[in-house]
Write a protein that binds this ligand. Structure first.
Ligand code: R5P
Length: 360
């Protein structure tokens, strides 16, 4: 029972209160959990699985391992003076089912390269199966040639991950679901809806309209509208540059309504802030924005603080960096149970889709 004590000593799983706080991260306790059963007593899991984390988000790796009731795999990640990375596994992985958790968030190229090196390292150490768990898949927005002489970087990154040694990939809310097809290996595309919808439902919002801040988010918004029992509206958005957008028109009824706006990610926050201002000008009441990935780059913090949001909800697929700590009304929900459950099911060859069959 040494492993179980280790979890308790580290305060990772307070099963009496149900409140889970990895390393002081500010995670909304009552809504972060989505109700999957923890695996804390599964000894078989402990013997056959290895879960490693890169340096992009150690807290998330720890949270996932706490859910699985295992310790993160031992690894030393160093950099040579010129910046080249060196990874050395401290645990034997021969014949093991290995998972590497690494979000390819800022610094994107460094985190991506580290993931590739990690995969190569596991392959050469004779892991039986290797799964790259990439909660936030960077470069996903470069998924097509929308003008001449540009790359399709999302496809190139998918190729790199497979070539480096991954047998399978897990990610959450890719910018476009079709990116799954860029991988020539099995890909499990998870949605953060169970986590976010549970939070929204807990607020019992009256006169609710769910808003898609652009056409790309229409399908997601309609799923939320159905799950939460609200109306649906959509905003027409025109992108002027990488960081500037214009929200021009709302289709749907927003006057006197409370709004939940859904996006896959908030980067510079131009999209959601433009949408919020337009909604207010059309008579919307309270506005909550929920996005899976809090990229929060550039002027995002400043813009979100100036915009008429009552709450900004993101998940912990990306760690919060210093510049975003000043965002008022921000709440971070954890996807650690979602990912932990997916890892457990992949390891046991169980269905992933049935995780999402319930009406969240
Ligand atoms: C757009 O297609 C995406 O769904 C997001 O709305 C967009 O990438 C967010 O970017 P930003 O926060 O910079 O407007």
């Amino acid at each position: 029972m040494q492993w179980l004590n280790w979890c308790w000593i580290n305060g990772w799983d307070d099963r009496t209160s149900g409140i889970y706080k990895p390393h002081g991260q500010r995670i909304c306790p009552s809504y972060g959990k989505i109700g999957f059963r923890s695996c804390l007593r599964d000894r078989a899991l402990i013997q056959t699985i290895k879960v490693f984390g890169g340096t992009s988000h150690p807290e998330l790796t720890e949270s996932i391992c706490a859910y699985l009731g295992i310790q993160p795999g031992g690894v030393k990640i160093d950099a040579f003076p010129d910046g080249e990375k060196l990874i050395k596994l401290e645990d034997d992985v021969r014949g093991k089912d290995c998972f590497v958790i690494q979000s390819t968030c800022f610094p994107v190229d460094e985190n991506l390269m580290e993931l590739l090196i990690f995969l190569d390292c596991l392959k050469r150490a004779s892991a039986a199966k290797i799964t790259a768990v990439v909660p936030y898949f960077g470069y996903a927005r470069q998924d097509r040639k929308d003008e001449g002489r540009v790359p399709i970087t999302a496809k190139m990154v998918a190729n790199l991950i497979a070539t480096a040694g991954a047998d399978r990939v897990v990610s959450i809310d890719l910018h476009a679901a079709q990116i799954q097809g860029f991988f020539d290996i099995p890909m499990d595309h998870l949605g953060a809806e169970p986590v976010l919808a549970r939070y929204f439902r807990g607020k019992k919002i009256k006169d609710l309209t769910v808003v898609a801040p652009d056409v790309g988010n229409m399908k997601t918004a309609s799923k939320y509208a159905m799950a939460l029992g609200g109306e649906l509206a959509i905003i027409h958005k025109r992108r002027i540059s990488g960081s500037e957008i214009e929200s021009t028109e709302v289709i749907g009824d927003v006057e006197g309504r409370n709004i939940v706006m859904c996006d896959d990610l908030i980067s510079t926050a131009g999209t959601v802030c433009g949408a919020a201002k337009l909604l207010k000008s059309r008579g919307a009441k309270n506005i909550i924005v929920g996005a899976t990935h809090g990229v929060l780059a550039g002027k995002a913090a400043e813009r979100l603080n100036d915009a008429p949001f009552d709450e900004v909800i993101v998940t912990d697929t990306i760690p919060r960096h210093d510049g975003t700590r000043a965002i008022k009304n921000i709440k971070v929900l954890t996807v650690s149970e979602l990912l932990g459950e997916a890892i457990k099911r992949i390891h046991r060859n169980e269905s992933i889709s049935s995780m999402f069959n319930q009406n969240y």
